[in-house]
Design a protein. Structure first.
Length: 455
């Protein structure tokens, strides 16, 4: 059953119950009031009877009364004699047994012509009968019931019409919402836009559905982007894993034919196998780190001393490459709230890339300071080198579009090719921003911004 039909039925049921209850109560009250009025007249007359001549006094009182009071005498033989009546055309067809059994109180007697009757016992086994016809009262009650039925029919019609008029606008909105919801489910639209203002619950529902549709659209688009990135990532990862496996397979086959190799050739083959296995282990470790950062949000509750971490990396680099000229400007005791192991990994990757991809004599600069820019208050780290840098298109695409794997560089230097991707993931995990640009020495500059987060 449709919602509109339910509303109409409910409104009709409520109207019926209320109308019948009020109508029945009013009609019953009016009927009982009329019966009580008649009984009071009879009681008044009976209390004013003259004990010496009750029949004559009853006739006198009946003449004085405005009511259609009937006075009759039931003799000892059971014959009923009407002494006085003003109810012309109305018959009093009570039996003697009914009258004799009516000595206590006032009761209703009669079938077609009903009377309220009081029987008073007289001497010599006779009975005085006082009665008033009440057929008009019953007819009036029946007419009132008929009027109630007519009123109920009119009330139901009004309730039906009013319900349709009042709920029809909201029902149309609900129908449009249902239609849009089906379109959203089928992916044909993301715009609900049925109503933008109003006070009804349907308007609130429309606004909530708009918000839900917007959220679902963003979530679905994000899922699609992630799916494309995952497909690209899996393709690149499988390619990178396949390369060392192919090399390993070739050298294993070569070592299997040991008669064709001298001791020096066997040593070179084993060294090459070890190198490829090490590179594959590094690639797998980097893949696992990326998966860890991407799948779960680490608890950022460490007070990380960025100044010390950067200073440690610079000190190690100076010891390892004494020929490299290093220019640094590091504000001491700069802290961020983060995950210490991942921040350590970030700096380790940055300086590992510098050692792999730049000449030992290439200059380097590192700057660390507090800033307050368009992204708010935070910490800015700029590390630039004098190496060959990246392809020109990489600077235009930006770090978000940076290729996860650089096969040539990873093979030549023994890296996994995931360094930039890991750095980007760690910075994003800490709600920061990372940009790649040409350094002042012509190489690569990594510009990182970490917002200040309160614990």
């Amino acid at each position: 059953m449709r919602l509109q039909a339910r509303f109409v039925l409910i409104a009709g049921a409520i109207t019926t119950v209320i109308s019948l209850s009020i109508g029945y109560f009013a009609i019953s009250t009016a009927f009982n009031s009329e019966i009580t009025r008649v009984d009071n007249i009879i009681e008044t007359v009976s209390t004013q009877l003259d004990a010496r001549d009750p029949l004559s006094s009853a006739v006198f009182l009946a003449e004085e009364s405005d009511a259609e009071l009937l006075v009759a005498l039931l003799d000892s033989s059971g014959q009923l004699v009407t002494v006085r009546t003003s109810a012309e055309g109305k018959t009093f067809d009570a039996t003697s047994s009914q009258l004799k059994n009516n000595l206590v109180g006032i009761s209703t007697i009669g079938e077609d012509e009903k009377y309220r009757v009081k029987t008073i016992q007289l001497p010599q086994s006779s009975f005085l009968i006082l009665a008033i016809p009440i057929r008009d009262i019953y007819d009036n009650r029946l007419s009132n019931y008929e009027r109630l039925g007519l009123f109920l029919a009119i009330a139901l019609a009004i309730a039906f019409f009013a319900t349709r008029v009042l709920i029809r606008p909201d029902m149309k909105k609900i129908e449009r919402l249902a239609s849009r919801a089906r379109e959203i489910a089928q992916g044909r639209t993301w715009d609900v836009a049925v109503i933008e203002r109003g006070n009804s619950e349907v308007d609130d529902l429309s606004k909530a559905l708009n918000q839900m549709a917007t959220y679902l659209q963003g979530a679905l688009e994000g899922e699609r982007r992630n799916s494309l990135k995952m497909q690209e990532f899996i393709g690149d990862a499988s390619h990178e894993l396949r390369t060392p496996l192919t090399v390993i397979k070739g050298y294993v086959e070569l070592l299997g034919n040991a008669n064709q190799l001298d001791d020096e050739g066997k040593k070179r083959a084993l060294d090459r196998l070890t190198s490829e296995i090490t590179r594959m282990e590094r690639l797998i470790a980097d893949l696992l780190l990326l998966a860890e950062i991407g799948e779960k949000r680490s608890v950022l509750d460490d007070a990380v001393n960025i100044s010390d971490l950067l200073r440690i990396q610079l000190t190690d680099l100076k010891l390892l490459e004494t020929e490299r000229k290093i220019e640094d400007s590091i504000t001491p005791e700069v802290y961020i709230v983060g995950h210490l192991p991942h921040v350590q990994q970030l700096f380790a990757n940055i300086f590992s890339n510098i050692r792999r991809h730049t000449p030992t004599g290439a200059p380097l600069y590192a700057h660390l300071d507090y800033v307050d820019n368009g992204m708010g208050k935070g910490v800015r780290i700029r590390i630039g080198d004098g190496g060959p840098g990246l392809p020109e298109e990489a600077y235009h695409k930006g770090v978000q579009q940076f290729q996860r794997f650089d096969s040539s560089r990873s093979r030549e230097s023994g890296g996994s090719g995931l360094g930039i991707s890991i750095m980007r993931a760690i910075v994003s995990e800490h709600r920061g921003n990372m940009e790649l640009r040409k350094s002042k020495f012509g190489g690569l500059e990594i510009d990182i911004f970490f917002p200040l987060i309160e614990i």
